[in-house]
Structure formats: structure tokens, C-alpha cells
Design a protein around this ligand. Structure first.
Ligand code: HEC
Ligand code: HEC
Length: 261
């Protein structure tokens, strides 16, 4: 008993130190962690809060239908509804390294792996209505769940690549993500209040798009905003940034389908 107690204590301190190290790399004090939701106007918050008014639920509903349809192959639901492979909460742990290929995949990538490996169907194009719908549906099953991703082992190098991109100055304005989302959150920029740049609302609906989109679409807008060349949808670098953001947002609840300005 005493030995087990001592071990537990040792682990607690070690784990605490590891968490401090990640908090430091995030540039945000854990007690300051705030969702982008907190920086929205009340009307936009109200849209997100009301499942009937939130336009994102159109995509969740489309995804729900696709998830239960068979398309000449066993449906997603046939493997995932009420089985060992239940997907409740899964989205809060993505991106994740795929055991078979050793590659980092986000939810979109994971869904496409199931299409190819388990359904013998072609992968869906990034940002297609079908992939957005399925991603929205799976993400919605984890709504309210605290973000918690694994960045150890094989995931570590992706975490580091994502972090490096976050602090890299680039574009005509020579700005890094960190300069807005760590150093200037709470300040105004072109009619927006800069948030901490968490990805927890995505895939989500943006009023500016009049459309629903992935986190990569949001990141492309931020890169374009500083006149840097946006990376392609589904790029490994954006997926690594997605992992870094997920670790940085650890403990914040999943909000997808979020509504943003
Ligand atoms: C010039 C400042 C600026 C830079 C640099 C910038 N962003 Fe943003 N970003 C914004 C603004 C403004 C918004 C919209 C309001 C907000 O912060 O949620 C935004 C939104 C976001 C959001 C959505 C947050 C939410 O809750 O809806 C994410 C995620 C994000 N940025 C990540 C990034 C990443 C990653 C980078 C670097 C590749 C980056 N941003 C670079 C200004 C910036
Ligand atoms: C024939 C069974 C089968 C079908 C059909 C299937 N999957 Fe899967 N899915 C799996 C298995 C098994 C895993 C675990 C990883 C692996 O072995 O590939 C998995 C893993 C996942 C995960 C990751 C879960 C986690 O906790 O990490 C998601 C998300 C997912 N599937 C979504 C889908 C979606 C969406 C569809 C339909 C487009 C689908 N799957 C179709 C069997 C299936």
C-alpha cells in the first residue's frame, strides 16, 4: 500500500511537471483559458446555444443521415452504433496517430480511413458537403466533452511541428499565430475581438462565410489575413497545428457545431 502510494505521488508530481511544460509552450496560463465563444456578441452566442436556430445542425443532420445510410457497403452505424467502437466522445481526442500507418489524422482523415479500409469506398474530398456532414455529426457526439489529446510517443513530432508553425512569423505582415492569439487576445481587429484561437468550435458555421466549414478553412483565412499563402485543405502541417491547438485547449469543452462571426 505504502509503495503504491509513493508511486502514485511520484507520478502526480511528474505528470504535473509535464503539464506545466505544455502550458508554458501554449503561451496561455491555464487559468486564462477561454473559448472563442466568450468573445462573441450575445446574438451570435444565442445562435450557437439554440439547436433549432444554429445553422450548423443542418450539417449535423445531413451527417446523421449519411452515417446511417448503406451506399452498397456496411453503414458507419453498423459498426459504430452501440458497439465497442462507439463514437461518443471520440472527437475530443482528435487528431490522433493512426496505428496502422503511423500518420497523424484528424477526424476528417479518420473518417476517410474508415471509408477506404472498412467500407471499400473512395475517400471523400476535403470540404465536400458529405465529409463536412459526417465530421459535424461525429464531432457533435462529443459536444461538451473536454478536449484531451495524446501528444506522447509517435504524436510528439507532430505536436512539435504544429507548435513551430504557431510561432513562425510569416506572410507580408510577418506575423505569427502567437502574436495575435497569445499576445493580443481580447483586443479588437477589423471589427472582431481577437480570441485565443482555439479550434473547439469547428467544424462550425461562420456568418462571414454564410456557410459551414472545417477548422482548416478557418486556418486558411487566418493565413490569408496576414498575406501568407494558405496551405491546402487536409495538409499535414495544418493537421499538426490542429493537434497543437487541441493540446493547447486541453480541458475546454468541444463546441462543434459552433457559430462564429
Ligand atoms: C493578425 C492576427 C491573426 C493572426 C496572425 C492569426 N489569427 Fe487566427 N484569428 C484572428 C481573428 C481576428 C479571428 C476571429 C476572431 C477570433 O479570434 O476568434 C481568428 C480566429 C481564429 C480561430 C477560430 C477561433 C474561434 O473560436 O472561432 C482559430 C482556430 C485561429 N484563429 C487560429 C489561428 C492560427 C493557427 C494562426 C496561425 C496560422 C492564426 N490564427 C493567425 C486573427 C489572427
Ligand atoms: C466495418 C466496420 C466499420 C465501418 C463500416 C466504419 N468503421 Fe469507423 N472504425 C472501425 C474500426 C474497427 C475502428 C478502429 C480503428 C481501426 O481499426 O481502423 C474505427 C474507428 C473510427 C473512428 C475513430 C474512433 C476513435 O475512438 O479513435 C471514427 C471517428 C470512425 N471510425 C468513424 C467512422 C465513420 C464516420 C464511418 C462511415 C463513413 C465508419 N467509421 C465506418 C470500423 C468501422
Amino acid at each position: 500500500m505504502r509503495l503504491a502510494g509513493a508511486l502514485a505521488l511520484a507520478c502526480l508530481t511528474a505528470c504535473g511537471q509535464a503539464d506545466d511544460a505544455y502550458a508554458k509552450q501554449s503561451g496561455l496560463a491555464p487559468e486564462d483559458l477561454k473559448s472563442g465563444y466568450d468573445f462573441l456578441q450575445a446574438e451570435t452566442q444565442a445562435l450557437q446555444d439554440d439547436d433549432f436556430a444554429n445553422p450548423g445542425f443542418l450539417w449535423v443532420d445531413k451527417g446523421d443521415a449519411l452515417f446511417h445510410a448503406s451506399e452498397g457497403a456496411p453503414s458507419c452505424a453498423s459498426c459504430h452504433d452501440g458497439t465497442d467502437q462507439d463514437l461518443t466522445r471520440a472527437a475530443a481526442h482528435y487528431p490522433k496517430v493512426d496505428d496502422l500507418s503511423g500518420r497523424l489524422v484528424n477526424l476528417e482523415g479518420r473518417i476517410n480511413l474508415c471509408r477506404e479500409r472498412h467500407q471499400d469506398l473512395p475517400s471523400l474530398e476535403y470540404e465536400s458537403e458529405a465529409l463536412l456532414g459526417l465530421t459535424a455529426y461525429v464531432a457533435s457526439l462529443a459536444r461538451g466533452e473536454p478536449m484531451s489529446v495524446d501528444v506522447s510517443g509517435d504524436a510528439e513530432k507532430y505536436y512539435e511541428a504544429g507548435r513551430d508553425y504557431f510561432f513562425l512569423r510569416k506572410g507580408q505582415f510577418n506575423l505569427a499565430c502567437s502574436q495575435c492569439h497569445n499576445d493580443n487576445w481580447g483586443k479588437n481587429l477589423r471589427g472582431d475581438t481577437i480570441s485565443q484561437g482555439h479550434g473547439t468550435a469547428f467544424p462550425g458555421y461562420r456568418l462571414e462565410w454564410q456557410d459551414f466549414g472545417s477548422l482548416h478553412r478557418r486556418l486558411r483565412d487566418c493565413d490569408a489575413g496576414i498575406r501568407a499563402e494558405p496551405l491546402p485543405y487536409g495538409s499535414d502541417t495544418y493537421t499538426a497545428v490542429e493537434l497543437y491547438l487541441a493540446k493547447r485547449a486541453e480541458g475546454l469543452p468541444m463546441e462543434s457545431p459552433g457559430v462564429r462571426r
